[in-house]
Design a protein around this ligand. Structure first.
Ligand SMILES: [Zn+2]
Length: 200
């Protein structure tokens, strides 16, 4: 069974291959698929908690085919009880040793949280519970966001802060899931294809 660090290296190599394909190909990317007629066992090497953003497909950006990563996606990669239980299943039930929390640049959930502070009204009222989950992690960015003429870098800083906060939450709930489980954070740059793993 792969260790968390082995898996992290596999994901790094997969992303490097993806970046190479983005830069050099005509946009057609292939990832491994199961043999026809065969139902392979489910033994993912990693659990991924990612934003639901349609431009952030984890299997593609890490070049991992069917059965390789156990992916959870929701706007703003917020951790709730359903996600937590499912991530636990990925680790304690299926044997994954690495949990990756994956944020991304230009995240609409983060932009909505900073753009519509608590109490304000907007055209996405159905996102309020998501924003409530994100808000504590990005509150310190609110002043800079409000005063910045170019808000992109503030948004990026907030994305990183929310990833770090989510990593912390996953670590808290995962403490009893078994030995050797590591939780790391990363941010995907949609324009370059690069995943930057956050240093601790
Ligand atoms: Zn997003």
């Amino acid at each position: 069974m792969s260790t968390a660090q082995d898996t992290l290296e596999t994901l790094r190599r997969g992303n490097a291959a993806f970046i190479h394909e983005v830069a050099s190909s005509d946009g057609a990317i292939s990832i491994p698929t199961p043999d026809h007629g065969v139902v392979p066992p489910q033994k993912p090497m990693a659990v991924v908690l990612s934003c639901a953003d349609s431009r952030v497909p984890p299997e593609v950006i890490f070049q991992q085919g069917c059965g390789r990563i156990f992916v959870h996606r929701v706007a703003g990669h917020v951790l709730d009880v359903h996600m937590s239980e499912s991530i636990e299943f990925g680790c304690a039930g299926l044997g994954a040793k690495l949990v990756l929390v994956l944020g991304h640049r230009d995240c609409g959930a983060i932009k909505s949280t900073l753009g519509y502070p608590k109490g304000s009204t907007d055209s996405f009222p159905y996102l309020e519970t998501v924003r409530e989950a994100i808000r504590p992690a990005v509150e310190s960015c609110q002043h800079d966001y409000d005063s910045a003429s170019d808000k992109n870098e503030v948004i990026h800083a907030a994305v990183e802060q929310h990833v770090v906060a989510t990593v912390k939450k996953v670590r808290e709930v995962s403490s009893g899931w078994g030995d050797g489980i590591e939780v790391v954070g990363a941010v995907f740059d949609i324009s370059s294809g690069e995943v930057s793993f956050l240093e601790e």
